[in-house]
Design a protein around this ligand. Structure first.
Ligand SMILES: Cc1cc2nc3c(=O)[nH]c(=O)nc-3n(C[C@H](O)[C@H](O)[C@H](O)COP(=O)(O)OP(=O)(O)OC[C@H]3O[C@@H](n4cnc5c(N)ncnc54)[C@H](O)[C@@H]3O)c2cc1C
Length: 445
């Protein structure tokens, strides 16, 4: 009899798992439950449609519903799984009753943290996630004069930029001294803040949210810095793991609240795997568990969970977290830690920094690229990197995450070979220059 795999979640984790099962066992019966109307769209593109960089939401759909039917993946849309019984190997499904499984993958994703202030039930509070809701909110944006983005998380940074591009009076309220303060360093974010000012964005850092104010509908946002009149608040609080089903089923969770998984993405429940934002994964250098990584992490974890659930063998290792996003007129990114995180974790480091360029200095469209490298004192092994620039940040972030993973040192990076071709790269690669500046600083001490 065909193996029956149930997957809860139709996001990057769940759909990665569905593909993984079919890769391992094409004959397996695969059922996916999602609370949404759609799967296989990119939520990551939503801020860019709001900002008018992408023409419409249809462009964000990656595959048709029929493509899943053809692939033998049975997706049940708008269908909630209400409980999991690990011992009896069944899930309870709203409107369907009990459904048996041979293996189960939980990919239930994240919820935005409750802002925890009065007025959370008012109209005009937008939590960016579901594409159908985003389509409706996009029409609302046409009528909005003033908006407040709550918290400069990665999504908050994208939404501030999008609303600024859209010509809406945009305020950002964040309790920290600079945007994305938990991952990004202040020197990396300074040019972003400057470009927001050019866009007309009004930032309120070191400012606490006190209440959403209005009579049924949002009229203002109260903060420790005074009241801001607003027709819309985009709530971009931290992503919390959505583990309600897993916790009720008795699965073990860790210090972040995410479901604990081993290298096969197996949970503490026999036959139960988990993937994506509902899990926690250790950082490769520090071992500190991380939760709420990215869609690309969720997809790769889902693939691993699905392959193992389908009887195959794949492992997922600790993460070195390449990251990046557009922010104001810049692109920011990095790998592993920056100075702020290293300091918070008590990890000693030395720094090498370079202000370089993305192409030959005479080639049209050349953009600045700032690279900062952190290395372990003594061994000079790379610990992390942060960057801000006009182009080429993503590729460097991906490479530098591998460099951290495989233990490259500042010596290795200072002698790295690089492409020089006027239209795509400068003679002096900024990574090489940053590594050399780190070596120079160390040799002076
Ligand atoms: C606006 C936005 C921008 C983003 N930008 C980026 C980006 O630039 N780069 C990047 O890599 N990632 C990005 N992401 C991805 C994101 O941050 C997450 O990492 C990713 O969505 C996690 O995928 P997931 O499958 O774990 O969870 P989710 O995408 O949250 O999916 C969870 C799924 O579980 C379903 N579900 C939950 N509970 C139940 C239940 N009880 N019964 C049935 N179904 C259930 C939901 O309906 C949903 O289908 C973005 C996300 C958003 C929303």
């Amino acid at each position: 009899m065909a193996r029956k795999i149930v997957i809860v979640g139709g996001g990057a984790g769940g759909m990665g798992a569905a593909g993984g099962v079919k890769a391992a066992d094409p004959k397996a019966e695969v059922i996916v439950y999602t609370g949404f109307d759609d799967v296989a769209y990119s939520p990551c593109g939503i801020p860019y449609v709001h900002g008018r960089e992408i023409e419409n939401f249809e462009k964000l759909f990656l595959a048709s519903k029929q493509a899943y039917v053809d692939a033998g993946i049975d997706v049940h849309y708008n269908t909630d799984v209400t409980s999991v019984d690990v011992k009896r190997k069944v899930v309870q499904v709203a409107g369907e009753g009990e459904v048996e499984w041979d293996a189960l993958v939980l990919a239930t994703g994240f919820n935005y943290a409750d802002p925890g202030v009065p007025g959370g039930d008012l109209g005009g509070l937008y939590y960016v996630k579901n594409i159908r809701e985003a389509m409706e909110w996009d029409k609302v944006l046409d009528t909005v004069k003033s908006a407040v983005v709550v918290q400069a998380t990665p999504l908050g940074v994208e939404m501030v930029t999008a609303l600024g591009h859209r010509g809406i009076e945009t305020h950002l309220v964040d309790p920290s001294p600079w945007p994305m303060s938990e991952v990004a360093d202040p020197d990396i974010m300074a040019p972003v803040e400057e470009s927001w000012r050019e866009l007309g964005v009004i930032t309120h850092f070191n400012t606490t949210l006190k209440a959403f104010v209005g009579d049924g509908q949002l009229a203002a946002v109260q903060t420790s810095d005074g009241e801001i009149k607003a027709d819309l608040a985009v709530v971009c609080t931290h992503k919390e793991p959505n583990t309600a089903l897993g916790v009720a089923a008795g699965l073990k969770t860790g210090s972040t609240g995410g479901i604990i998984v081993d290298e096969r993405m197996a949970t503490s429940g026999p036959g139960v795997f988990a993937a994506g934002d509902c899990t926690e994964i250790p950082h490769g250098l520090s071992g500190v568990p991380l939760q709420g990584l990215t869609g690309s992490h969720a997809y790769a974890q889902g693939k691993t969970a699905g392959i193992n659930a389908g009887g195959g063998q794949r492992t997922y290792s600790a993460v070195y977290v390449p990251w990046g996003t557009a922010a104001g007129k810049w692109i920011i990114g990095g790998a592993s830690f920056g100075e702020t995180t290293a300091t918070a974790l008590g990890i000693p480091y030395v720094v090498g920094t370079a202000q370089g360029i993305s192409r030959a200095r005479y080639y049209p469209g050349v953009k600045p690229v700032k690279v900062k490298l952190l290395a372990q004192p003594g061994s000079l092994r790379l610990l992390g990197a942060q960057m801000v620039g006009g182009e080429g940040i993503k590729e460097r972030a991906d490479f530098l995450a591998m460099a951290v993973k495989f233990g490259f040192t500042l010596h290795d990076l200072a002698r790295m070979e690089n492409v020089y071709s006027p239209a795509i790269g400068a003679l002096n690669e900024p990574i090489v220059v940053a590594a050399q500046s780190g070596l120079d600083a160390v040799s002076k001490n």
